[in-house]
Design a protein around this ligand. Structure first.
Ligand SMILES: *Cc1c(COP(=O)(O)O)cnc(C)c1O
Length: 231
């Protein structure tokens, strides 16, 4: 995609986000999801004021890192295998997909070895789609109680991946549920836990997510185009 086209897409996304919540919430930050796109397609985003990018595979992060590390902060947004934590622990600014205790324990272990505290989000599955990752909403509170004692990670909020459906009313209900959970956890947050970020909304539903109080939206195809698997 031409840089000009990319800039136009980014501007229209930002403009739409600015008005989406009708003043109820601040517009969310755009995380540009750059998975499957080569570094040369991603680099122009830096000149357009994009600092935060999302990637979902450890190997792809490791491969693209030498070209991207200087200009971007990388958020890991995909399912993370415990045995791969060590490859990216000191390369990403945030791990958004922490959804089970063994993963939190491994992040803590690897971070402590390096003297780091890694910002993380707790991934929730509001629709009960466990295969996509994410814990049930009622599991969040006890999970926070356990991980708040881990010095190697610092919980900053919640993340959700919504079901793939065109049903806006259903999706709107799930986004609202997530915002309610986020606010409840913020009120009840045990010491050592911060509830600042609510990462939800993708290319098909980011305006709906913004309307319901997302603080971060993760936008891939609407920004960088459909992924081309033929190359
Ligand atoms: C790929 C991906 C996105 C972005 O998806 P698009 O529909 O292309 O915007 C967001 N979040 C996660 C977890 C993803 O894997």
């Amino acid at each position: 995609m031409q840089a000009q086209e990319l800039r136009a897409r980014l501007e229209s996304i930002r403009t739409a986000l600015a008005g989406a919540s009708e003043g109820r919430y601040a517009p969310p930050k755009v995380i540009a999801v750059t998975k499957t796109h080569p570094a040369e397609e991603i680099l122009p985003l830096a000149e357009m004021g994009v600092r935060d990018i999302g990637e979902n595979r450890v190997q792809e992060i490791v491969e693209k890192l030498p070209l991207l590390a200087e200009k971007f902060d990388i958020h890991l947004i995909g399912r993370l295998q415990t045995n791969k934590v060590k490859y990216i622990i000191d390369q990403v600014c945030m791990i958004q997909s922490v959804d089970r205790l063994p993963l939190a324990q491994e992040i803590d272990r690897q971070a402590c070895r390096r003297g780091l505290t890694v910002p993380v989000l707790v991934q929730v599955s509001p629709a009960g789609e466990e295969q996509k990752g994410g814990m049930a909403p009622e599991e969040v509170r006890p999970f926070l109680e356990t991980v708040r004692h881990m010095p190697g990670l610092s919980v900053r909020g919640l993340m959700a991946v919504m079901p793939n459906t065109p049903d806006q009313a259903y999706l709107g209900g799930l986004f609202a549920d997530m915002r309610t959970l986020f606010e409840r956890m913020r009120e009840e947050a045990p010491q050592g836990v911060a509830m600042e970020e609510l990462s939800m909304g993708m290319s098909g539903d980011y305006l709906l997510a913004a309307r319901h109080g997302a603080t971060m939206v993760r936008i891939g195809s609407a920004l960088l185009g459909a992924r081309d698997y033929s190359k």
